[in-house]
Design a protein around this ligand. Sequence first.
Ligand SMILES: [Zn+2]
Length: 287
Amino acid sequence: MILDADHAVVRRLRVPTERERGYEWIVGRVGAVVADLLEDAPGCDVVGIGTPGSPSRRTGLLKNSNTICLNGRPLAADLEAEIGMPVRLENDANCFALAESLLGAGRGHELVFGVILGTGVGGGIVVGGKLWSGPQDIAGEWGHHVLDPAGPPCYCGARGCVETMLCGPALEAQHVAAGGPPCDAAAVAVRAAAGDERARVVLDDWLDRFGRALANVVNILDPSVVVLGGGLSNVAALYTRGRESVARHDFNDELVTPIVQHALGDSAGVIGAALLTAGSARRRRGT
Ligand SMILES: [Zn+2]
């Protein structure tokens, strides 16, 4: 995506990364997208990129990515070599939180906790319009808080992480484990809303876990707003029964924190990546 200096979208281009084809393939795919977009951004001299995981400030190597072939690789340096210009690389949930904080549902709030609920679970923290990624670049990584030490194994090495209990594939698996037919996570929510008792019980358990997990974050950060993104943020019950679950586990007599849906659509992460380059380019690109 290309943004102009006023954050208006000049052009967008979406291609699958085909991560199953490995690290070099992904780097090449990103390079090809940038080369294509460059034709419409001749003044561009820096590229912002959002990725699962985060680059280690100490080694420059990527870590903590659920696209595990990226881990241990110098992704920023390799992308700079592929693209031929500087890149600003940041965790994709951080990019989402930055975009929603500055341009979306978090506008006007001092501390924004941005949440990705989709095939993975991530989070990002923006304070006063600036990303807080922390000295270890792990700020906001609630997806690897442990909810159940006896839960399913996670790629990070732990068991029962928030990500493995709350992601879309987890909800689908929980529905099948309860005896329901295979269907995607959104369909589980639709079934529950339509009166399917089994789907309702599965969804309520999932919403309770959501509340426990998010309350752990709220109890530490006490954010001004929580903005939900990712495919599962469309589940309407998150904002009613899910919110009630957060309130049950919140360390306060009432939950006043707004929990709202994103405002920038599924491009928020890419917009946030482009915003990483603020002040350093006449035209900005997020990938
Ligand atoms: Zn984990």
